[in-house]
Design a protein around this ligand. Structure first.
Ligand code: 5RP
Length: 230
């Protein structure tokens, strides 16, 4: 039986192989955020020179990538990316994902949107039939947080303003915004819900990656890494 950390390390290794197999030298790769993405960055580090550069989805990933010698490019300087590799908090049977546990959802969605292929890497605990057990992160402009909270309550959610770990101050994203975590949703129609939440004034982005879902899933299970396409 593997631990969750071992499963994450196994999918990170598999993602490294997936990227090196599918990307010719000199390409630009999109890189996600989180503990699984961190392991992927570390696994890819010996191959930094294989890439002309990378586009990162957070300051934390940027710092890690730079420390390994990757050239981190501005997302505005690329028109498209062949691949984007990132983790997820939940993934449903169609490849729709719920993301943003690390607070990087908006930048993750921007970089994912540039990519031809989204490779989702996670351990088996993230695979669910219906998303919503993990609270859905919604990034908001701070002055709209109370108003957006009320709208999210109307949708059936229980809303909590994300705070810094162990403190009482609001967690501030790389975009100088706040995050509302919405518990209690049973997300049976993720494409529709993603659009509906995005229509609320003051919402920057929500953590549903349903309109731009995963293309490839590398999932760590008791029998090893399973590869699935959508
Ligand atoms: C960060 C994310 C992460 O991809 C997601 O939270 C999964 O993280 P981990 O790999 O640590 O389980 O969306 O905003």
């Amino acid at each position: 039986m593997y631990t969750q950390d071992q499963l994450k390390a196994m999918v990170a290794e598999a993602a490294k192989e997936e990227v090196l197999k599918n990307m010719a030298p000199g390409g630009i790769l999109g890189v996600g955020t989180g503990s699984t993405a961190n392991l992927f960055i570390d696994a890819l580090a010996p191959h930094a020179s294989h890439f002309a550069g990378v586009v990162s989805s957070s300051q934390v990933s940027t710092d890690r990538l730079k420390s390994h010698g990757f050239l981190v490019l501005d997302s505005n300087s690329v028109e498209s990316l062949p691949m984007y590799v990132d983790g997820a908090d939940e993934i449903d049977p169609k490849g729709h994902m719920l993301k943003g546990g690390g607070g990087a959802l908006t930048r993750e969605k921007i970089v994912a949107q540039l990519a031809k292929t989204f490779v989702c890497i996670c351990d088996g605990s993230k695979q669910v039939d219906v998303m919503g057990q993990f609270p859905l992160p919604v990034e908001v402009i701070p002055m709209a947080s109370a108003q957006v909270s009320r709208e999210l309550v109307h949708l059936g959610g229980v809303v909590t303003l994300r705070k810094v770990k162990g403190g009482e101050q609001a967690f501030v994203t790389d975009n100088q915004a706040w995050i509302l975590d919405v518990a209690g949703l049973k997300i049976t129609h993720p494409v529709e819900l993603e659009s509906q939440i995005n229509q609320i004034p003051g919402v920057i982005c929500n953590g549903l990656f349903a309109r731009r879902k995963a293309d490839v899933l590398l999932i760590g299970e008791s029998g090893g890494v399973r590869r699935q396409t959508y």
